[in-house]
Design a protein around this ligand. Structure first.
Ligand code: NAG
Ligand code: NAG
Ligand code: NAG
Length: 700
């Protein structure tokens, strides 16, 4: 690769850094008072002048020198990336328009980078300030007011952060998927002048999930037509019952078209369908008393229900509480429409205290998360429970449910209970309990139950979701969304016919479905056992939560992504724990509800990756032992470093200068990643990896 023009390579951070360093090395504090007049961006030209003036100055401190080197190198890489892009675009015949885009892109990249780097500076200054008393870290002259310099730096940092926020639109804190994985598509995302702020944030979501999803579809595995295609063990669908469902849904009795079905319906759903749903739920959730049609509302899928509930229960920036790991699509559902945040109660694999299983949800954990959110001024309006839980496969006992609901009642929280896998419990040893089974709900007006046909009837292509709630205000609020997200009449009729055929459901469908799920589950768990890989052995849902931690070189989400990419390169798609907001790197969700021949091939591919990975880790360990004393330099040949939200130091108080330098190094590598993996090379060489990655991040 050609060397970039040297003069271009000097980062503006140098301009910024130099005067800040001079604060320490010059008795005269003039430079810091100059700092205060800096606007968030215009400042750089001032600094540029400063830099010119002080060009001759030497940096004595090794830390300073290191920082400079690091920053310069990072800048060089980013410049190279941009220049590559520029050259590419120059060749382009419709160059003019694209050049404008590039400009915009460069601007965005730079701002993004500015923002990150400035945060690091602010923290560094704080550390230097702490170390100031009597320490000789930077040979600071005694009469420099570092406190002030720091607070002003912070101020600039804050202003920059505002701008960055304005630029990154949808990057709200709740939008964790966007921010955690931000670095991967931010660079690729250009905000559109045609769209509103909201429109742009919706477009980010689309770019990061839907498009990738389409690319996956373009290289789908097919035993005849595309045997080297991608096997999807990432999307939670039941692919075991197409035969039964297609036979059922094409029966002539299903295909009635009568005038009322072609007319506008009741926006809550046709009454006869809601009656059928009420009977169905009464029976399968073993409701204490018959459920009523007036409490049922139908929308086109549980996603629409989540988003409608978010809209009617929360105001913008209010939050729902949810335990992680959880199915990440919910973030989309609630943040896309309602701009509602999610507050996380982190569960982990350690079995401690009164817990009897890994990732066990307890009221204490909920309470702590709620208190933390409240102390940050976040208003929490509800609790989301998934039962059976996705991705863990846990089923809550009645007494656990009772505890969660009582907790919610004490804090006046709504509870949305998502029971979408209620009939996908495939082992007789496990019993599912719906909250509708309770004689008396602790807080009936704040308890809302969701179900749909996607999972239990192996029909995620049919958008049919149901909400059951006694709260008529909620019904009215959600009903207004029926106008936008209603289900078409003929489909409502079909599903009503399906749900009423209790004999077929019990004698034919569920029996076969559970047998097949169980066989597939046994196949995959036996393979895992043979491999010696730990996993949660549960009996509900379509997924197994697997512990691949021993295949990571380090316990980081970067390593998790590396492993995930290796799976994808071997053409098998899994979901990394990070996309469920799991806070322990190394967990993956695998979908087993698929035909044995695909599972077999998928497991083979997984096995190959794991063996390679194991082998490499062993060899590296050996190498490391040999050259034990060699210095810990940045390995710039590391192929991918995926910058994760979780890795960044959150407060200067807990970080050390070492951490910060580590962070800089990481940033450096991340810009390398950027260079390799965005439009330039990555998209050309491995577009499927890049795009499918995005898909995985959010889409179930
Ligand atoms: C920092 O800013 C404050 C007010 O914004 C100003 O009074 C002070 O002189 C500045 N300090 C330095 C060191 O620039
Ligand atoms: C929203 O959530 C539902 C239910 O959990 C899920 O089926 C759907 O795919 C989600 N939608 C999106 C856009 O993520
Ligand atoms: C998983 O649990 C089921 C029933 O609970 C049991 O039959 C099966 O042997 C278990 N599988 C493994 C691999 O331990």
């Amino acid at each position: 690769m050609e060397k970039a023009d040297k003069s271009q390579c000097f980062s503006k951070y140098l301009f910024l850094l130099l005067p800040l360093l001079f604060c320490f090395s010059e008795p005269n504090a003039a430079s810091s008072s100059r700092l205060q007049s800096l606007g968030p961006w215009s400042g750089f030209s001032t600094l540029h002048r400063l830099r010119k003036k002080r060009k001759g100055q030497r940096l004595k401190d090794p830390v300073d020198a290191l920082l400079l080197k690091t920053l310069t190198a990072q800048r060089e890489m980013e410049e190279r990336f941009l220049q590559m892009e520029e050259r590419r675009l120059q060749r382009d015949l419709e160059a003019e328009e694209r050049r404008i885009q590039l400009e915009q892109r460069r601007f965005e990249l730079e701002r993004d980078h500015d923002f990150r780097m400035f945060n690091v500076f602010a923290q560094m200054l704080s550390i230097l300030r702490q170390g100031n008393q009597g320490s000789s870290v930077t040979g600071v002259a005694p009469n420099v007011d570092l406190n002030q310099a720091f607070s002003n730096a912070t101020e600039i940092g804050e202003r920059m952060s505002e701008e960055a926020k304005a630029l990154h639109l949808g990057q709200t804190r709740s939008d964790r998927i966007a921010s955690v994985h931000g670095s991967c598509y931010r660079a690729d995302f250009q905000s559109s002048p045609y769209l509103s702020v909201r429109g742009n944030s919706a477009s980010i979501v689309w770019t990061s999930s839907e498009e990738g999803y389409e690319v996956y579809h373009a290289d789908k595995y097919d035993e005849d037509k595309n045997p080297s295609g991608i096997i999807n063990l990432g999307t939670s669908e039941n692919k075991l019952c197409f035969d039964l469902m297609s036979k059922k849904l094409t029966q002539s009795s299903m295909n009635l078209i009568e005038p009322s079905l072609l007319q506008y319906p009741d926006w809550k759903g046709h009454l006869f369908v809601r009656e059928e749903v009420a009977r169905f739920l009464t029976y399968y959730s073993k409701a204490a008393a018959p459920l009523k049609a007036e409490n049922v509302i139908l929308l086109n899928g549980c996603g629409s229900l989540f988003s409608a509930l978010a809209m009617v229960l929360c105001d913008p920036d209010e939050a729902f509480l949810i335990a992680t790991p959880f199915y990440g699509g919910i973030s989309r559902n609630v943040s896309l429409c309602g701009n509602v945040k999610l507050v996380y109660a982190y569960l982990d694999s350690q079995v401690t205290g009164s817990c009897t299983r890994p990732f066990q949800l307890t009221v204490d954990k909920l309470k702590k998360a709620l208190q933390d959110a409240q102390s940050e001024g976040v208003k929490v309006r509800g609790l989301i429970l998934l039962n059976p839980q996705n991705p863990l496969g846990d089923i809550y006992s009645l007494s656990e449910l009772q505890d969660y609901l009582e907790f919610a009642k004490r804090h006046e929280l709504h509870v949305i209970v998502d029971e979408i896998y209620m009939l996908s419990v495939f082992d007789d040893s496990a019993t599912f309990h719906s909250v509708l089974e309770m004689d008396r709900l602790p807080d009936p007006q704040r308890t809302h139950v969701i179900w749909g046909v996607s999972k239990d009837f192996a029909a995620s292509g049919i958008r049919f979701g149901t909400l059951y709630t006694l709260n008529q205000d909620v019904i009215k609020g959600v009903a207004s969304f029926g106008y936008l997200h209603g289900i078409c009449g003929p489909m409502q009729y079909k599903i009503a016919q399906l749900l009423r055929d209790r004999d077929w459901i019990n004698q034919v469908y569920l029996r076969a479905n559970h047998e097949r799920l169980k066989a597939a589950h046994t196949f995959v768990t036996d393979e895992l056992k043979t491999l010696g890989v730990p996993f949660l052995n549960r009996s509900a849902g379509f997924f197994i939560w697997i512990d691949f931690r021993k295949y990571l070189r380090k316990g980081t989400f970067e390593e998790e992504m590396i492993l995930w990419r290796r799976f994808l390169e071997k053409k098998v798609l899994l979901s990394p724990g990070n996309s469920f907001e799991c806070n322990e790197p190394g967990w993956f969700r695998i979908i087993f509800a698929d035909k044995i021949h695909r599972l077999r091939l998928g497991m083979q591919r997984i096995c190959e990756v794991l063996e390679e990975q194991e082998h490499e880790i062993l060899n590296e360990d050996k190498d490391q032992l040999c050259q034990s004393e060699s210095e810990a330099t940045v390995d710039s040949t590391d192929e991918v470093i995926f910058v994760s939200h979780h890795q960044e130091p959150t407060s200067s108080g807990s970080s050390t200068l070492g951490d910060l330098i580590g962070l800089l190094q990481q940033q450096m590598r991340s810009s390398d990643w950027l260079q390799k993996n965005t439009v330039g090379q990555f998209a050309q060489e491995k577009p499927e990896v890049y795009d499918v990655f995005s898909k995985l991040v959010g889409k179930q």
